[in-house]
Design a protein. Structure first.
Length: 225
């Protein structure tokens, strides 16, 4: 295989897929060369720039009736926490019962770089209470301290799987990432202050600037990386 063959194979796809394919092919030939199965690495000159993807908004009708797509208490809570508070999948999986601050109607999200407090609206608070009632009725003796549990994790101490969280959005034909991005972008349209987004969603200043740049392109300047 020549450099031209590698370039043709990688550029046959576009955007992030091209970057992923380039990384895979490069790793493959490094392994082959290390094993002395090839003597020339055709990926040495391969350069694929990773496309910077800006957040995009969802059409208003895509979110209409989102909570009505499921009657499951856990699913409805997940939908609300993401659509209204832009909670990430990792955050949802890691939440434990001691993170619930009922008297203040808050959730405490613990992250490697710090803590973020989510101030719950009445709708989300009601869905949280509904889930906790269901959780207690279904698994009254579970020792799992995570907020979200399933039939599989109720008898253990592990968090729910990432797949479990992301699939809550399947009935609506949406993804968790798209709904979360839409919520942050919606907030960004109301302000040009990235610090406000940092405070509301607990995101980094770099991520906040990307949303501000998308919501207010007239600000100009390069998109932060």
């Amino acid at each position: 295989m020549t450099e031209a063959d590698v370039t043709a194979a990688v550029t046959a796809v576009k955007g992030p897929r091209a970057h992923e394919r380039a990384v895979a092919v490069r790793s493959l030939f490094r392994a082959l060369k290390h094993a002395k199965l090839v003597f020339v690495d055709p990926t040495r000159g391969l350069r694929i720039t990773r496309q910077e993807l800006l957040p995009t908004t969802l059409a208003p009708n895509r979110l209409a009736g989102l909570l009505e797509t499921s009657s499951n208490p856990a699913t409805r809570l997940v939908l609300a926490l993401v659509a209204l508070h832009a909670t990430s999948g990792t955050d949802l999986r890691n939440l434990v019962l001691t993170d619930l601050l009922f008297t203040r109607q808050q959730l405490l999200i613990r992250r490697p770089h710090g803590r973020h407090v989510v101030h719950l609206d009445d709708t989300t608070a009601a869905l949280l209470h509904a889930w906790l009632r269901y959780r207690h009725q279904r698994w009254p003796r579970t020792v799992n301290s995570h907020l979200l549990v399933t039939q599989q994790t109720a008898n253990a101490t592990d968090p729910v799987s990432a797949d479990y969280v992301y699939r809550r959005f399947d009935p609506a034909g949406l993804t968790l990432r798209a709904v979360r991005a839409d919520r942050i972008l919606d907030e960004a349209r109301e302000t040009e202050d990235p610090v406000h987004l940092v405070r509301v969603f607990g995101i980094s200043i770099t991520t906040a600037m990307k949303y501000i740049h998308t919501a207010h392109p007239h600000r100009g300047g390069p998109v932060p990386r």
